[in-house]
Design a protein around this ligand. Sequence first.
Ligand SMILES: Nc1ncnc2c1ncn2[C@@H]1O[C@H](COP(=O)(O)OP(=O)(O)OP(=O)(O)O)[C@@H](O)[C@H]1O
Ligand SMILES: [Mg+2]
Length: 497
Amino acid sequence: MGTPILEMSQISKSFNGIKVLDKVHFELEKGEVHALMGGNGAGKSTLMKILTGVYELDEGQIKIAGSDVQIHNTTDAESHGVSMIFQEFSLIPTLTVAENIFLGREPKKAFGLIDDKKSVARTKELLDELNVDIKPDDIVADLGVGYWQMTEIAKALSKETKILIMDEPTSSLTKRETEVLFAFIDRLKNKGISIIYISHRMDEIFQICDRITIMGDGRHIITAKTSELDMDSVIQHIAGKNMEKFEWKDRKRVSNGSVVLQVKNLKTNNRVNGVDFELHQGEVLGIAGLMGSGRTETMRALFGIDPLTGGDIYISGKKATIRSPKDAINNGLALIPEDRRVQGLVLEHQVMDNILLPSLSKITKVLVNDKKGKQISEEWVKKLNIKTDSIYKTSRLLSGGNQQKIVFAKWLANSPDIIMLDEPTIGIDIRAKSEIIDMVRDLADDGKSILLVSSEMPELLAVSDRILVFHDGKVVKQFLREEISSEEDLQHAIQGF
Ligand SMILES: Nc1ncnc2c1ncn2[C@@H]1O[C@H](COP(=O)(O)OP(=O)(O)OP(=O)(O)O)[C@@H](O)[C@H]1O
Ligand SMILES: [Mg+2]
C-alpha cells in the first residue's frame, strides 16, 4: 500500500462544550471501500461533515494524498476532490438530470450565456461511463429513487471526485437497485476512486467493503480488514455486548382478539388496487412485498394522506371516515412513516415539542411547558435511549438515528390503539434495532394492534403473528407465522409473482 489518499488524525470536535469527537483517527487507501460504522450518535456523520467542510475541526490534522490540507468550507473540500452524497438528496426534482448535475456550475458560452449543449453532452458522457440508462434531459421527478442516487453520483464525478462519501445510501433503494449501486461502486473503485461507506446494514458491509472502522461515543474503536472480522465481532464492537439474533419469541398472544381494523377493497390512485385484510387486537400483522407493491401506499391511505377512490375501513366493527391524518388520529391510528426525518419531524423544534406534538389535544397546550409534558418527554427519551443532552435540544442537532427515535416517541406517547410502522429500523443501529423489536412485542402484549411493513425478513419473522404478502396493490398471500419455516420461504412467497 502506498501513501493513503486520506489521513485524518487526532480529530476533536465539541458543540457547546460537549465533545462529540475525541482524537479520532481515520485512514483511507486509494481505490478502497472503507465502512464507517458505530451506534447512533457515535460521530460518523460529524467526522464526515468535517471532511466535507460543513463543520470545522477544533483539533487535528487532515492529509490528502500525503499533503496537509485545511478545510474551512465546502468549496475547500471540493477543491481537494472530496464529495458527499447525503441521505437527503440535494437534487431539484423539477429540473433535468443535466441541469441538476451542473447546477450553479453551468458551462458558459461567450457573453455568459449558459451552454446547454455542453452540459448535456458532458452529462451523457458521465452517464455512459457509469453505464446508467437515463438520459440527460430526463426530469428528475419522473425517475425512481434509485436513479436519483445515480444522478447524485454522476454529479459527484463531474467534480473530479477522488474521495466519495456515502451516508446510508441504500436506505431508500430496493434490493435490485442496491445490487446496481454495488456494481457501480465496483466500477468507481476500478477507476481509483476511494469510498467511505456509512451503513447500519451488516450484510452490505461484508459484501462490498475492504476495511471497517468502528466508532463509539466519539472515539475510534477499531480499524480492520473485513476479512479479519465477522459479524459477531462487529456487533460486539458496536453494541459493547453480544446481541442475540432476532428470533421468534412466543408471546402471551391475545389469541383470537376481536377485529379492530377491517379493510375492504381499499383503492387509491396511488398504487392501492383493492386491499382486503383484518387486524386483531394484540396482533402483529407483518406486511411483506417488493418496493412498489403498495405497502407504504396502503398505510398512507389508512392514515388519510392519500384519498380513497374506493373501499371501506371499519374500526372495531364501525365504518370509519378517514379523510385526513387528524381523522386517523381520532380513530386511534398512528403512522410511523418510512421517511421519518422528512415526514415525521419538525427539525427546528426542540426534542420535547416534537414528542408532544400529536398529544397536544390530550394534555392541552397550556400544560405542554409544564411538568407533565417535561415528564412525558423525559420518560420517552429514557425508554428509547435517545441520545441528547437535554429535551430542549433542537431536533436538527441530533444524529440521524436519534431523530428517528423521536418520531417513535412522538407517536407512542399518544398511546394509539392501532400502530402502523413502516420500515421501523431503517437507519437505526443494531442495538436499538433489537430494542425496537422488543418494543413491538411489548406493545402487542399490552393489547395494541400493529401493522408492520418491513423489507428485513429476520425482523418480520421475529415478531409477526401473521404475514400478508402484497403485490401490485393487493394482498396476494397470507401466512400464519408458524407456516413459514425460513427466510427463504418468505422470500420465495414475495418473489413468486
Ligand atoms: N450541530 C450540532 N450541535 C450540537 N450537537 C451536535 C451537532 N451535530 C451533531 N451533534 C451531536 O453529535 C453526536 C454525534 O452525531 P452524529 O450525527 O455524528 O452521529 P452518527 O454517528 O452519524 O449517528 P447516526 O448513526 O444516528 O446517524 C450526537 O450526539 C449529536 O447530537
Ligand atoms: Mg449519521
